[in-house]
Design a protein around this ligand. Structure first.
Ligand code: SF4
Length: 373
Protein backbone atom coordinates (compact mmCIF):
# COMPACT_ATOMS: atom_id res chain seq x y z
CA UNK A 1 0.00 0.00 0.00
CA UNK A 2 1.31 3.44 -0.95
CA UNK A 3 2.18 5.81 1.91
CA UNK A 4 -0.61 8.25 2.78
CA UNK A 5 -0.72 12.00 2.15
CA UNK A 6 -1.58 14.54 4.84
CA UNK A 7 -3.47 17.71 3.91
CA UNK A 8 -3.93 20.81 6.09
CA UNK A 9 -6.44 23.47 5.04
CA UNK A 10 -5.62 27.07 5.93
CA UNK A 11 -8.80 29.08 5.21
CA UNK A 12 -7.32 32.58 5.26
CA UNK A 13 -6.75 35.04 2.41
CA UNK A 14 -5.93 38.72 2.04
CA UNK A 15 -9.25 39.31 0.23
CA UNK A 16 -11.67 37.33 -1.91
CA UNK A 17 -11.11 36.76 -5.62
CA UNK A 18 -14.25 37.23 -7.73
CA UNK A 19 -14.37 33.62 -8.98
CA UNK A 20 -13.29 31.82 -5.81
CA UNK A 21 -15.34 29.07 -4.23
CA UNK A 22 -12.63 27.78 -1.89
CA UNK A 23 -13.38 28.09 1.79
CA UNK A 24 -11.32 31.15 2.71
CA UNK A 25 -11.69 34.55 4.34
CA UNK A 26 -9.59 37.40 5.78
CA UNK A 27 -8.71 36.86 9.45
CA UNK A 28 -7.02 38.63 12.36
CA UNK A 29 -3.77 37.46 13.97
CA UNK A 30 -5.81 36.29 16.98
CA UNK A 31 -8.05 34.07 14.82
CA UNK A 32 -5.03 32.64 12.98
CA UNK A 33 -3.39 31.83 16.31
CA UNK A 34 -6.53 30.13 17.62
CA UNK A 35 -6.89 28.18 14.39
CA UNK A 36 -3.26 26.99 14.55
CA UNK A 37 -3.81 25.73 18.10
CA UNK A 38 -6.98 23.92 17.02
CA UNK A 39 -5.34 22.26 14.00
CA UNK A 40 -2.41 21.07 16.15
CA UNK A 41 -4.88 19.71 18.74
CA UNK A 42 -6.95 17.95 16.04
CA UNK A 43 -3.83 16.31 14.62
CA UNK A 44 -2.59 15.25 18.08
CA UNK A 45 -5.95 13.66 18.96
CA UNK A 46 -6.36 11.83 15.64
CA UNK A 47 -6.29 8.15 16.58
CA UNK A 48 -6.41 5.70 13.66
CA UNK A 49 -6.37 1.93 14.34
CA UNK A 50 -2.80 1.64 13.17
CA UNK A 51 0.18 3.91 12.64
CA UNK A 52 -0.07 5.81 9.36
CA UNK A 53 3.05 6.09 7.22
CA UNK A 54 2.92 9.21 5.04
CA UNK A 55 5.25 10.73 2.48
CA UNK A 56 3.51 13.99 1.57
CA UNK A 57 2.25 16.94 3.56
CA UNK A 58 0.32 19.65 1.71
CA UNK A 59 -0.75 23.03 3.10
CA UNK A 60 -3.58 24.30 0.90
CA UNK A 61 -6.12 27.06 1.18
CA UNK A 62 -6.78 29.85 1.18
CA UNK A 63 -3.32 31.32 1.34
CA UNK A 64 -1.32 29.20 3.81
CA UNK A 65 1.75 31.48 3.84
CA UNK A 66 -0.43 34.18 5.45
CA UNK A 67 -0.33 32.13 8.64
CA UNK A 68 3.38 32.97 8.92
CA UNK A 69 6.38 30.67 9.19
CA UNK A 70 6.22 30.08 12.96
CA UNK A 71 2.62 28.79 12.91
CA UNK A 72 3.14 26.68 9.77
CA UNK A 73 6.19 25.13 11.43
CA UNK A 74 4.13 24.29 14.54
CA UNK A 75 1.55 22.49 12.43
CA UNK A 76 4.27 20.69 10.50
CA UNK A 77 5.80 19.56 13.79
CA UNK A 78 2.42 18.27 14.98
CA UNK A 79 2.10 16.23 11.78
CA UNK A 80 5.63 14.84 12.10
CA UNK A 81 4.91 13.87 15.71
CA UNK A 82 1.59 12.15 14.96
CA UNK A 83 2.45 10.36 11.68
CA UNK A 84 5.39 8.24 10.56
CA UNK A 85 6.64 10.67 7.92
CA UNK A 86 9.11 9.25 5.40
CA UNK A 87 12.55 10.84 5.26
CA UNK A 88 12.11 12.12 1.70
CA UNK A 89 8.59 13.49 2.23
CA UNK A 90 7.29 16.17 -0.12
CA UNK A 91 6.14 19.16 1.97
CA UNK A 92 4.20 21.72 -0.09
CA UNK A 93 2.85 25.13 0.82
CA UNK A 94 0.52 27.11 -1.43
CA UNK A 95 1.31 30.79 -1.78
CA UNK A 96 -0.21 33.91 -3.26
CA UNK A 97 2.39 36.13 -4.99
CA UNK A 98 0.84 39.09 -3.15
CA UNK A 99 1.61 37.52 0.23
CA UNK A 100 4.99 35.86 -0.25
CA UNK A 101 7.57 37.57 1.95
CA UNK A 102 11.19 36.48 1.52
CA UNK A 103 11.73 36.03 5.28
CA UNK A 104 8.71 33.73 5.58
CA UNK A 105 9.82 31.68 2.58
CA UNK A 106 13.40 31.40 3.88
CA UNK A 107 12.21 30.21 7.29
CA UNK A 108 9.91 27.64 5.66
CA UNK A 109 12.65 26.33 3.37
CA UNK A 110 14.97 26.03 6.36
CA UNK A 111 12.31 24.13 8.31
CA UNK A 112 11.96 21.44 5.63
CA UNK A 113 9.17 22.78 3.42
CA UNK A 114 10.52 21.70 0.03
CA UNK A 115 7.83 22.58 -2.51
CA UNK A 116 5.90 25.82 -3.07
CA UNK A 117 2.97 26.46 -5.38
CA UNK A 118 2.11 29.98 -6.58
CA UNK A 119 -1.26 31.03 -7.94
CA UNK A 120 -0.13 33.24 -10.84
CA UNK A 121 -3.28 32.73 -12.99
CA UNK A 122 -2.37 35.26 -15.72
CA UNK A 123 0.36 37.68 -16.74
CA UNK A 124 -2.13 40.12 -18.29
CA UNK A 125 -3.19 42.97 -16.02
CA UNK A 126 -6.75 43.31 -17.36
CA UNK A 127 -7.36 39.61 -16.70
CA UNK A 128 -5.84 39.77 -13.21
CA UNK A 129 -7.97 42.81 -12.36
CA UNK A 130 -11.17 41.10 -13.49
CA UNK A 131 -10.30 37.98 -11.49
CA UNK A 132 -9.81 40.20 -8.44
CA UNK A 133 -6.21 39.08 -7.94
CA UNK A 134 -4.06 41.39 -5.84
CA UNK A 135 -0.77 40.87 -7.69
CA UNK A 136 0.61 41.89 -11.07
CA UNK A 137 3.06 39.98 -13.27
CA UNK A 138 6.09 41.68 -11.76
CA UNK A 139 4.95 40.74 -8.23
CA UNK A 140 4.57 37.13 -9.37
CA UNK A 141 8.08 37.15 -10.85
CA UNK A 142 9.53 38.66 -7.67
CA UNK A 143 7.74 36.06 -5.52
CA UNK A 144 9.14 33.17 -7.56
CA UNK A 145 12.62 34.71 -7.44
CA UNK A 146 12.30 35.13 -3.67
CA UNK A 147 11.32 31.46 -3.34
CA UNK A 148 14.39 30.43 -5.36
CA UNK A 149 16.67 32.63 -3.23
CA UNK A 150 15.05 31.19 -0.11
CA UNK A 151 16.14 27.71 -1.20
CA UNK A 152 13.05 26.19 -2.85
CA UNK A 153 14.14 23.90 -5.71
CA UNK A 154 10.65 22.61 -6.50
CA UNK A 155 8.37 25.48 -7.47
CA UNK A 156 5.00 25.29 -9.16
CA UNK A 157 3.01 28.05 -10.86
CA UNK A 158 -0.72 27.94 -11.74
CA UNK A 159 -2.49 29.64 -14.61
CA UNK A 160 -6.14 29.73 -15.66
CA UNK A 161 -7.90 29.08 -18.95
CA UNK A 162 -11.24 30.50 -20.06
CA UNK A 163 -11.02 33.68 -17.99
CA UNK A 164 -12.72 36.95 -18.96
CA UNK A 165 -10.92 38.90 -21.72
CA UNK A 166 -8.62 35.94 -22.57
CA UNK A 167 -7.65 35.64 -26.23
CA UNK A 168 -5.15 33.39 -28.00
CA UNK A 169 -2.63 36.26 -27.90
CA UNK A 170 -3.11 36.96 -24.19
CA UNK A 171 -2.92 33.24 -23.46
CA UNK A 172 0.42 33.06 -25.29
CA UNK A 173 1.64 36.03 -23.27
CA UNK A 174 0.79 34.24 -20.01
CA UNK A 175 2.39 31.00 -21.21
CA UNK A 176 5.59 32.82 -22.24
CA UNK A 177 5.65 34.54 -18.86
CA UNK A 178 5.26 31.25 -16.97
CA UNK A 179 8.00 29.61 -19.03
CA UNK A 180 10.30 32.55 -18.33
CA UNK A 181 9.95 31.87 -14.58
CA UNK A 182 11.88 28.58 -15.08
CA UNK A 183 9.95 26.68 -12.44
CA UNK A 184 9.76 22.91 -12.14
CA UNK A 185 5.98 22.43 -12.34
CA UNK A 186 3.06 24.13 -14.10
CA UNK A 187 -0.70 23.77 -13.70
CA UNK A 188 -3.47 25.17 -15.88
CA UNK A 189 -7.07 25.08 -14.62
CA UNK A 190 -10.25 25.92 -16.47
CA UNK A 191 -12.25 28.69 -14.85
CA UNK A 192 -15.51 27.37 -13.42
CA UNK A 193 -18.32 29.78 -12.61
CA UNK A 194 -19.26 28.58 -9.14
CA UNK A 195 -22.65 29.35 -7.56
CA UNK A 196 -22.58 32.06 -4.90
CA UNK A 197 -19.47 33.83 -6.27
CA UNK A 198 -19.49 37.41 -7.67
CA UNK A 199 -18.72 35.89 -11.09
CA UNK A 200 -21.91 33.79 -10.92
CA UNK A 201 -23.95 36.91 -10.15
CA UNK A 202 -22.71 38.71 -13.26
CA UNK A 203 -22.08 35.75 -15.53
CA UNK A 204 -24.08 37.16 -18.45
CA UNK A 205 -22.02 40.34 -18.58
CA UNK A 206 -18.60 38.66 -18.24
CA UNK A 207 -16.53 38.78 -21.47
CA UNK A 208 -15.83 35.02 -21.38
CA UNK A 209 -14.24 33.25 -24.36
CA UNK A 210 -16.56 30.62 -25.88
CA UNK A 211 -16.16 26.90 -25.31
CA UNK A 212 -14.53 26.18 -28.68
CA UNK A 213 -11.97 28.94 -28.11
CA UNK A 214 -11.15 27.58 -24.64
CA UNK A 215 -10.63 24.12 -26.18
CA UNK A 216 -8.15 25.68 -28.63
CA UNK A 217 -6.41 27.51 -25.75
CA UNK A 218 -6.07 24.23 -23.88
CA UNK A 219 -4.48 22.43 -26.83
CA UNK A 220 -2.14 25.38 -27.48
CA UNK A 221 -1.11 25.43 -23.81
CA UNK A 222 -0.37 21.67 -23.84
CA UNK A 223 1.74 22.04 -27.02
CA UNK A 224 3.77 24.96 -25.65
CA UNK A 225 4.40 23.45 -22.22
CA UNK A 226 5.43 20.11 -23.72
CA UNK A 227 7.67 21.79 -26.29
CA UNK A 228 9.39 23.55 -23.39
CA UNK A 229 10.13 20.20 -21.72
CA UNK A 230 7.25 19.97 -19.23
CA UNK A 231 5.65 16.54 -19.56
CA UNK A 232 1.89 16.42 -19.16
CA UNK A 233 1.22 13.85 -16.44
CA UNK A 234 -2.37 14.85 -15.72
CA UNK A 235 -5.14 16.70 -17.54
CA UNK A 236 -4.10 20.04 -15.95
CA UNK A 237 -0.56 19.37 -14.71
CA UNK A 238 2.92 19.42 -16.25
CA UNK A 239 6.31 18.77 -14.72
CA UNK A 240 10.01 18.42 -15.30
CA UNK A 241 10.91 14.69 -15.09
CA UNK A 242 10.45 13.31 -11.57
CA UNK A 243 8.88 16.51 -10.21
CA UNK A 244 5.20 15.67 -10.52
CA UNK A 245 3.15 16.64 -7.46
CA UNK A 246 3.37 13.47 -5.38
CA UNK A 247 0.60 14.67 -3.09
CA UNK A 248 -1.94 15.47 -5.81
CA UNK A 249 -1.23 12.15 -7.54
CA UNK A 250 -2.58 10.46 -4.41
CA UNK A 251 -6.03 11.95 -5.06
CA UNK A 252 -6.10 10.74 -8.65
CA UNK A 253 -4.79 7.29 -7.71
CA UNK A 254 -7.21 7.06 -4.77
CA UNK A 255 -4.40 6.52 -2.28
CA UNK A 256 -5.08 7.32 1.39
CA UNK A 257 -5.21 11.02 2.25
CA UNK A 258 -6.15 12.56 5.59
CA UNK A 259 -7.14 16.24 5.79
CA UNK A 260 -7.07 18.50 8.86
CA UNK A 261 -8.53 21.94 9.50
CA UNK A 262 -11.89 23.32 8.38
CA UNK A 263 -13.17 22.31 4.94
CA UNK A 264 -10.69 19.44 4.50
CA UNK A 265 -11.52 16.16 2.79
CA UNK A 266 -10.13 12.70 3.55
CA UNK A 267 -10.16 9.29 1.89
CA UNK A 268 -8.83 6.62 4.17
CA UNK A 269 -9.14 2.83 3.84
CA UNK A 270 -11.98 3.27 1.34
CA UNK A 271 -13.99 5.69 3.51
CA UNK A 272 -14.58 9.35 2.81
CA UNK A 273 -14.91 11.92 5.58
CA UNK A 274 -14.58 15.68 5.80
CA UNK A 275 -14.78 18.74 8.03
CA UNK A 276 -17.42 21.40 7.35
CA UNK A 277 -16.96 24.79 5.69
CA UNK A 278 -17.49 26.46 9.03
CA UNK A 279 -14.58 27.97 10.94
CA UNK A 280 -16.65 28.74 14.05
CA UNK A 281 -18.07 25.23 14.19
CA UNK A 282 -14.64 23.72 13.60
CA UNK A 283 -13.06 25.70 16.44
CA UNK A 284 -15.98 24.90 18.77
CA UNK A 285 -15.71 21.17 18.02
CA UNK A 286 -11.95 20.89 18.48
CA UNK A 287 -11.79 23.17 21.54
CA UNK A 288 -14.44 21.12 23.31
CA UNK A 289 -12.77 17.82 22.44
CA UNK A 290 -15.28 16.70 19.78
CA UNK A 291 -14.10 15.26 16.48
CA UNK A 292 -14.97 17.63 13.60
CA UNK A 293 -14.93 14.76 11.08
CA UNK A 294 -18.20 14.04 9.25
CA UNK A 295 -18.56 10.61 7.60
CA UNK A 296 -19.23 10.75 3.86
CA UNK A 297 -19.69 7.12 2.84
CA UNK A 298 -17.53 4.84 0.76
CA UNK A 299 -15.29 5.96 -2.10
CA UNK A 300 -13.47 4.31 -4.97
CA UNK A 301 -16.35 3.01 -7.13
CA UNK A 302 -15.92 2.30 -10.86
CA UNK A 303 -16.95 5.80 -11.91
CA UNK A 304 -14.47 7.42 -9.56
CA UNK A 305 -11.62 5.10 -10.54
CA UNK A 306 -12.23 5.89 -14.22
CA UNK A 307 -12.87 9.61 -13.81
CA UNK A 308 -9.72 10.08 -11.74
CA UNK A 309 -7.46 7.45 -13.34
CA UNK A 310 -8.07 8.59 -16.90
CA UNK A 311 -6.99 12.11 -15.92
CA UNK A 312 -3.48 10.72 -15.47
CA UNK A 313 -1.02 10.04 -18.29
CA UNK A 314 -0.34 6.64 -16.67
CA UNK A 315 -4.06 5.89 -17.22
CA UNK A 316 -6.14 2.94 -16.05
CA UNK A 317 -5.06 -0.68 -16.47
CA UNK A 318 -8.02 -2.28 -18.21
CA UNK A 319 -7.35 -5.84 -16.96
CA UNK A 320 -7.22 -4.71 -13.31
CA UNK A 321 -10.29 -2.48 -13.79
CA UNK A 322 -12.27 -5.33 -15.38
CA UNK A 323 -11.30 -7.77 -12.63
CA UNK A 324 -12.12 -5.30 -9.85
CA UNK A 325 -15.52 -4.19 -11.16
CA UNK A 326 -16.66 -7.32 -13.01
CA UNK A 327 -16.47 -5.71 -16.46
CA UNK A 328 -15.78 -7.43 -19.78
CA UNK A 329 -12.12 -6.68 -20.49
CA UNK A 330 -12.52 -7.29 -24.23
CA UNK A 331 -15.37 -4.80 -24.49
CA UNK A 332 -13.32 -2.21 -22.59
CA UNK A 333 -10.37 -2.78 -24.89
CA UNK A 334 -12.55 -2.50 -27.98
CA UNK A 335 -13.96 0.80 -26.75
CA UNK A 336 -10.47 2.13 -25.95
CA UNK A 337 -9.23 1.10 -29.43
CA UNK A 338 -12.14 2.93 -31.06
CA UNK A 339 -11.25 6.10 -29.14
CA UNK A 340 -7.58 5.57 -29.98
CA UNK A 341 -8.47 5.62 -33.70
CA UNK A 342 -10.30 8.91 -33.17
CA UNK A 343 -7.21 10.36 -31.46
CA UNK A 344 -8.91 10.61 -28.06
CA UNK A 345 -7.09 7.82 -26.21
CA UNK A 346 -3.75 6.09 -25.94
CA UNK A 347 -3.27 2.41 -25.20
CA UNK A 348 0.08 1.48 -23.77
CA UNK A 349 1.11 -1.66 -21.84
CA UNK A 350 -2.53 -2.50 -21.16
CA UNK A 351 -3.32 0.94 -19.73
CA UNK A 352 -5.74 3.37 -21.35
CA UNK A 353 -5.28 7.11 -20.99
CA UNK A 354 -6.73 10.18 -22.67
CA UNK A 355 -4.89 12.37 -25.17
CA UNK A 356 -5.23 16.18 -24.88
CA UNK A 357 -8.13 16.23 -27.44
CA UNK A 358 -9.65 13.35 -25.43
CA UNK A 359 -9.49 15.44 -22.25
CA UNK A 360 -11.79 17.97 -23.93
CA UNK A 361 -14.50 15.32 -24.30
CA UNK A 362 -13.62 13.34 -21.18
CA UNK A 363 -17.15 13.28 -19.77
CA UNK A 364 -18.61 11.44 -22.74
CA UNK A 365 -15.63 9.04 -22.86
CA UNK A 366 -16.06 8.14 -19.18
CA UNK A 367 -19.82 7.72 -19.58
CA UNK A 368 -19.38 5.39 -22.55
CA UNK A 369 -17.02 3.18 -20.50
CA UNK A 370 -19.42 3.13 -17.57
CA UNK A 371 -22.20 1.92 -19.88
CA UNK A 372 -20.14 -1.26 -20.39
CA UNK A 373 -20.39 -2.23 -16.71
S1 SF4 B 1 -6.15 33.71 -3.26
FE1 SF4 B 1 -6.96 31.70 -3.91
S2 SF4 B 1 -8.09 30.90 -2.15
FE2 SF4 B 1 -7.76 33.11 -1.78
S3 SF4 B 1 -9.62 34.10 -2.53
FE3 SF4 B 1 -8.14 34.11 -4.24
S4 SF4 B 1 -8.55 32.19 -5.40
FE4 SF4 B 1 -9.58 32.03 -3.40
Amino acid sequence: MAPAGIYVHIPFCLGKCAYCDFYSMPASEAVMERYTEAVCAQIASFAPDEEIVADTLYFGGGTPVLLGAARLKRIRQAVYKRFAMCADSEVTVEANPAAALYDTLAQLAQAGFNRISFGVQSAVQKELDTLGRLHDAQTARSAVQAAKRAGFCNISADMMLGIPHQTMDSLRETIAFLLSLEVQHLSAYMLGIEPGTPFAAKRESLPLPDEDAVGEYYLEMVRRFERAGYAQYEISNFARPGLESRHNCKYWRLDDTVGFGAAAHSFYRGKRFYTGRDLTGYLADVESGRSPFIADGEGGDAEEVLALGLRLREGVRLDAFAARFGADEKALLQKARAYEKMGFMRLQDGAASMTPPGFLVSNSIITSFLLLL
